[in-house]
Ligand binder design. Structure first.
Ligand code: NAI
Ligand code: CS2
Length: 455
């Protein structure tokens, strides 16, 4: 038996089904990149809103690249289980917030109609860092941003909204980029300036792109997870997601129109999201990436194993507390030492089985906001970051291929840097001059010496 509307009554006892009549709620949100994270985070907050307050806030999920999630979710009427896992066991509930999932390239007109619909107010994104199609200097790469990018569908729909006299949209980035809202606004505007210059003023005056800090650890679901969930809920669920009990969402209160009252269900609305975003990126994600490259090098598979390694734990503590935290200006009441304690506890969760190789993916897109901004802040004060420097060396060995296949949009460029520069020059070739990661931080001769000693 497979999870679906028709089979909800047969769920195992203790599994909560959606607590509202799904069909009574219209679609108000279109979400690009309906991967595991969105299903465990924003869709769950939105599900709580509809259960408590109602509203036309169901979500139309969009896949830009592959039909996988559509094929998992459509036969299930958009339903899936959200399973929270901790040492004390697993708890499942069924999320009803996703109305349907479509593959953009297969249903272009349906997607544009949904984006241009009067009832659509929010378009959200978890398309990974590389989905924003940025060139190494952060500007929009017009070759990558082709007619299969989110920008292309949006440009067409925004023109329809303007011509119909409809309100603008809120574009809500939930990806791990610093100043994600500002970056999305800048990139969308650059796309319009090139392809539809008559729309830029309307975009500026009618649309809003709030920044958000999103946090919930959601490992990719495995076949083993699916079998375990089948036992837990009493039926097959191809679209299930597994996560930790913790969840945080800090949102800049800057919307173009109506929005769900997410703040009644755990989200924080704020005027200044950047302090939270930077702390999360530099401390949590910075530590995660260091655990990934250093941990893989030491033969670990999962985050909880790497953080338990007595050789690694002090470096991770140092990276979070003495390097990342001291590069930040905390918001009022933000206790970065307590934050580091809480992060260590979350990393230690043995029930999550969060694979280091998943975090190691796309390092070229992640390292600037996770490590290089911290390095640059300390360099400006004459300080050093030995923990991040050793993580950089581990990343360089990773992109050489030491841990197997390199999954990174810049894999070829990085491989070529190794081939041309060799161990003694590769760090300089990548981070200095016009290297692929140059711009945020310029290593000194002393930094290069420390890195090279580890290669
Ligand atoms: P996922 O692999 O389950 O889903 C990624 C989604 O992005 C898929 O829909 C995929 O098709 C799309 N995508 C990938 N490359 C793309 C490209 N070049 N252009 C357009 N779309 C592309 O990953 P997951 O776990 O949903 O994470 C997605 C993003 O969410 C992360 O990159 C991160 O920015 C953010 N996030 C993830 C967290 C997690 O723990 N998984 C927590 C906090 C944020
Ligand atoms: C991880 C993040 O995959 C990665 O790079 O560092 O997805 C991390 O799990 C989340 O940001 C936690 O909120």
């Amino acid at each position: 038996m497979r999870l679906s509307n028709a089979n909800l009554a047969a769920l195992a006892s203790g599994v909560t089904p959606p607590r509202y009549d799904r069909e009574a709620h219209g679609v108000g949100i279109v979400h690009f990149g309906i991967g595991a994270f969105h299903r465990a985070h924003m869709a769950a907050y939105t599900d709580d809103v509809m259960a408590a307050d109602g509203g036309d806030w169901r979500i139309l999920g969009v896949s830009l690249r592959s039909p996988g999630v559509r094929d998992q979710m459509r036969p299930q009427d958009g339903l899936y289980s959200l399973v929270e896992r901790s040492k004390s066991g697993s708890k499942a509930h069924i999320i009803g917030a996703v109305a349907d999932v479509l593959v953009a390239s297969e249903e272009r007109q349906r997607l544009i109609a949904a984006l241009a619909a009067p009832k659509t107010h929010i378009v959200s994104f978890t398309i990974t860092e590389k989905g924003y199609c940025r060139a190494p200097d952060g500007s929009l790469d017009l070759v990558l941003a082709d007619d299969r990018s989110a920008y292309s569908y949006l440009a067409e729909a925004l023109a329809q909204r303007r011509d119909a006299g409809l309100p603008g949209l809120t574009l809500l980035s939930c990806d791990n980029l610093s100043g994600n809202g500002g970056q999305l606004a800048r990139l969308m505007r650059a796309y319009l300036a090139h392809h539809a210059p008559d729309l830029t003023d309307w975009f500026d005056s009618h649309c809003a792109c709030p920044s958000t800090m999103v946090d919930r650890i959601v490992p990719a679901t495995t076949e083993e997870d699916r079998s375990e969930i089948q036992t837990l809920i009493g039926m097959r669920d191809e679209a299930a997601v597994v996560t930790e009990p913790f969840s945080q969402w800090v949102i800049e209160d800057n919307f173009a129109g109506p929005r769900p009252a997410w703040e009644k269900h755990g989200a924080q609305m704020t005027a200044n999201v950047h302090a939270f975003e930077n702390a999360k990126l530099r401390m949590l994600n910075g530590a995660h990436s260091a655990l990934a490259y250093l941990g893989l090098q030491r033969g670990h598979e999962f985050v909880h194993q790497a953080i338990a390694d007595p050789e690694l734990r002090p470096a991770i503590e140092r990276l979070m507390r003495e390097e990342a935290a001291t590069s930040l200006v905390p918001a009022e009441g933000q206790d970065l030492d307590a934050y580091a304690d809480a992060l260590i506890e979350r990393f230690r969760n043995p029930a999550l089985n969060h694979r280091l190789i998943q975090i190691a993916m796309d390092g070229s897109q992640k390292i600037p906001q996770r490590w290089l901004e911290t390095l640059a802040a300390h360099q400006a004060q004459g300080g050093q970051c030995p923990a991040i420097i050793s993580a950089i060396a581990a990343w360089l060995l990773h992109i050489r291929g030491d841990n197997g296949i390199v999954d990174d949009p810049m894999a070829q460029t990085l491989k070529a840097a190794w081939e041309q520069a060799g161990a003694s020059q590769v760090a300089k070739a990548i981070f200095s001059g016009d290297g692929p990661l140059a711009g945020t931080w310029e290593p000194t001769a002393a930094d290069l010496e420390l890195i090279n000693a580890k290669l």
